[in-house]
Design a protein around this ligand. Structure first.
Ligand code: HEC
Length: 164
């Protein structure tokens, strides 16, 4: 009995197709005839070109508004690990997450805003990418906030972190 069911299943499966093949003969058993439409070469998903443009350096102009936005987004997305002043002492770290390096280390002080945007977009080592949660404009804003933290030398900030 089991074998018979399995055989019927196989026969039914074999009758299926993906619907994307070139079709010259019309099959009377198909209820829906979908034409084969190839994707034109060079096609990119909608929104991708705009995203790429928004990520191209030098990025948006650094204004007080951009910096304020960067600080706010940094507090929401980055400070749980990196700490409010970027010393790698966020609350998640105190609960056992591997501590990130301090932004005030020599190597990280030399990162350009563009490189920081890259870390947010692609992640780095144990750090996850934030591309799906932080839009390009905000990545630049955060990167410039990080540069400002570095320039200030890790002075403890005034407020507590906010949630995203
Ligand atoms: C869940 C914790 C966590 C969060 C949240 C987080 N990071 Fe990180 N970050 C890390 C860790 C861990 C590393 C070290 C990665 C490694 O080298 O393995 C790191 C490394 C970095 C580095 C240094 C990369 C290098 O060249 O070594 C930068 C810059 C950075 N993060 C920026 C950010 C920014 C900006 C945000 C917010 C959008 C952010 N991180 C959010 C954990 C985090």
């Amino acid at each position: 009995m089991r074998l018979a069911v399995a055989c019927i299943g196989l026969v039914l499966l074999a009758a299926c197709d993906t619907g994307t093949e070139q079709r010259d003969a019309v099959s009377s058993t198909r209820a829906v005839q979908r034409p084969y439409v190839p994707v034109p070469p060079g096609t990119i998903a909608r929104g991708t070109a705009a995203q790429q443009a928004a990520l191209a350096p030098p990025g948006p102009e650094v204004t007080p508004d951009l910096l304020a936005r960067g600080e706010e987004r940094f507090r929401a997305f980055c400070s749980p690990c990196h700490g409010l002043s970027g010393r790698g002492d966020g609350t998640v770290v105190s609960r056992g997450f591997p501590p990130p390096p301090s932004y005030h280390e020599e190597r990280l002080r030399t990162l350009s805003p563009e490189q920081i945007v890259g870390v947010i977009t692609h992640g780095r080592g144990r750090m996850f990418p934030y591309a799906d949660r932080v839009p390009p404009e905000d990545r630049w804003a955060i990167a410039h906030h990080v540069k400002r933290l570095q320039a200030e030398g890790g002075v403890p900030p005034r407020q507590e972190a906010v949630s995203p």
